[in-house]
Ligand binder design. Structure first.
Ligand SMILES: C[S@@+](CC[C@H](N)C(=O)[O-])C[C@H]1O[C@@H](n2cnc3c(N)ncnc32)[C@H](O)[C@@H]1O
Length: 272
C-alpha cells in the first residue's frame, strides 16, 4: 500500500480557522505518520493510529486513488452496503449544497473522505477543516483545495468546543459503531450554540454491525464496528445525549437533520 500523505492542520481561534499556523502540505512516501498540534504548530509523531486501520485497507485506498468503486461495507452475514465513491470524489452536488448553505462557520467535516465538502466550503471562503483517519482521504482533500488533518474524531482536535458546525455526512453517523458515543463526542467539539448536520440512512434502521471494506472482487479489509441509523433512530439517539432537532429535509433521496445542543433546564429552587 502506498502511504503517500499530505497533512495540513488549522487552528481555530475567534471563530476562524487560521492557516497561518498550517503545516503546508508535507508529503512523505512509504511511511505512516501523524501530526499533533501544539499552540498552532504541527509536530509529527508515530505510529499510525489504530482506529484508522480498517480505512487504511487497500480496497478503500485503491478506490480513492482511482476515484471510483465498486466498494462496499460487507457485514459478516454477507450483506453488502454499496459505497458511493464516485460521488464522494466528485464536486459537491445539489444535495450537498443544501447542507453547505446551512453551515455556520467555522465548520468541521468529520470523516471528510476525499473532501468535496471542505473544498466547496473553502472555495466560498468559509473557514473549515476536514478530519479523516485515512491518509489517502486527507491527501485527496488537500489536493482538492481544502484544509484537512489526519486524525480520529475521538482523538484530541483543534478548536474543541468552538466549532460553529459539525458535519456527519454520507453515513458518517456510523463512525465508531455507537451513534450515541459519537453524538456525545460531537457535542464536545461544537460551540454551545453550534450546529450539527447529519445524514441519515434512507431506510428506517437502527443497527450496529461489524463490517469490512470490500471491493466485491476479493480484496477485503479488517473488520470494524459501524452503525446505520435512519432519521427516527438518529433523532432518538441525538435527543438522548442532549441534541434538539432544528430541521429535517431530503434532497436527491438523501435525508438530513440539523440539531443544536439542548439548553440546560433552568435550576429550580427558591432564591433567597
Ligand atoms: C462513509 S465514508 C464517508 C466519506 C466522506 N464523507 C466523503 O465525502 O467522501 C467514512 C469516512 O470516515 C472516515 N473515518 C472512519 N472512522 C473515522 C474516525 N474515527 N474519525 C474520523 N474519520 C473517520 C473514513 O476514513 C472514511 O473516509
Amino acid at each position: 500500500m502506498s502511504t503517500a500523505e499530505t497533512v495540513r492542520d488549522g487552528s481555530v481561534r475567534d471563530g476562524s480557522v487560521r492557516e497561518g499556523s498550517v503545516h503546508d502540505g508535507s508529503v512523505r512516501e512509504g511511511s505512516v505518520h501523524d501530526v499533533s498540534v501544539h499552540g498552532g504548530a504541527v509536530r509529527e509523531r508515530t505510529p499510525a493510529r489504530r482506529a484508522a486501520a480498517p480505512w487504511h485497507a487497500d480496497p478503500y485506498v485503491r478506490a480513492l486513488h482511482a476515484g471510483r468503486g465498486p466498494l462496499f461495507l460487507r457485514r459478516a452475514d454477507g450483506w453488502m452496503l454499496p459505497l458511493d465513491v464516485e460521488r464522494w470524489c466528485a464536486d459537491a452536488d445539489a444535495a450537498d449544497r443544501t447542507v453547505l448553505r446551512r453551515c455556520q462557520g467555522p465548520i468541521l467535516d468529520i470523516g471528510c473522505g476525499p473532501g468535496r465538502l471542505v473544498a466547496a466550503l473553502t472555495l466560498h471562503g468559509h473557514p473549515c477543516l476536514g478530519i479523516d483517519v485515512s491518509q489517502a482521504a486527507v491527501a485527496r482533500t488537500v489536493r482538492a483545495g481544502g484544509p484537512a488533518l489526519c486524525r480520529s474524531v475521538f482523538e484530541p482536535l483543534p478548536g474543541e468546543g468552538r466549532w460553529g458546525t459539525a458535519l456527519l455526512i454520507d453515513g458518517n453517523i456510523g463512525i465508531g459503531g455507537d451513534p450515541r458515543a459519537l453524538l456525545a463526542r460531537v457535542a464536545q467539539l461544537t460551540a454551545p450554540d453550534g450546529l450539527l448536520i447529519a445524514e441519515a440512512a434512507a431506510a428506517d434502521v437502527d443497527e450496529r454491525v461489524r463490517v469490512r471494506v470490500d471491493d466485491g472482487r476479493g480484496d477485503v479489509g479488517t473488520a470494524f464496528p459501524w452503525a446505520r441509523v435512519g432519521v427516527r433512530a438518529l433523532l432518538h439517539h441525538a435527543q438522548a445525549v442532549g441534541w434538539s432537532p432544528v430541521e429535517q429535509w431530503t434532497a436527491r433521496d438523501r435525508g438530513f437533520v440539523s440539531l443544536r445542543r439542548t439548553p440546560p433546564l433552568p435550576r429550580s429552587g427558591t432564591e433567597r
